[in-house]
Design a protein around this ligand. Structure first.
Ligand code: T46
Length: 137
């Protein structure tokens, strides 16, 4: 499955901590878009889609949330995001569901492409057909 977790650079001093990352250096793409998700009810789930081309880094910069990742070929993973210094890379062709948001969670996402609804696969059966080679979408 095309996912990985990574810790970014941190600078600590008496004033606190600064984390930084650079496009095409710390993340493997030029960052074209940033969005963030917050105010999610703890019982709510989001996502339920995969992307055809989009690469993303998910960083929970405050609070906590979890991500379920599925490659459509029988492999599933769950990743807890609760460290503002840690990112989860999600490549194309990975079904993604976010859940378990704490009330104070802020999920920051760095994306390799501008928003394009045509890049989303929002139906799970269509997704499994897609990753199994039925790429006639
Ligand atoms: C993803 C996960 C991690 C825009 O107009 N522009 C944007 O850049 C984005 C991200 C969304 N939207 C619109 C599309 C929908 O009308 O905002 C609305 C909510 O988006 P969506 O239901 O796709 O949100 P999530 O939380 O289910 O998924 C989002 C991203 O869309 C998706 O790419 O990988 O976060």
């Amino acid at each position: 499955m095309d996912i990985k977790t990574k810790n970014f650079h941190q600078k600590h001093d008496s004033r606190g901590t600064l984390t930084f990352l650079e496009g095409e250096r710390d993340v493997p793409f030029a960052i074209k878009r940033i969005y963030y998700i917050y105010g999610v009810h703890p019982e709510e789930r989001r996502g339920f889609h995969a992307h055809k081309r989009l690469q993303q880094y998910l960083i929970c910069v405050h609070g906590k949330c979890s991500v379920m990742l599925d490659n459509g070929l029988g492999q599933r993973d769950h990743v807890v995001l609760e460290d503002p210094n840690a990112g989860l890379y999600v490549g194309p062709g990975v079904w993604c569901e976010m859940y378990g948001f704490s009330a104070d969670a802020v999920l920051l996402v760095l994306a390799s492409e501008y928003y394009d609804e045509a890049d989303y696969i929002r139906d799970y059966d269509t997704f499994t057909t897609y990753v199994n080679g039925g790429r006639t979408l």
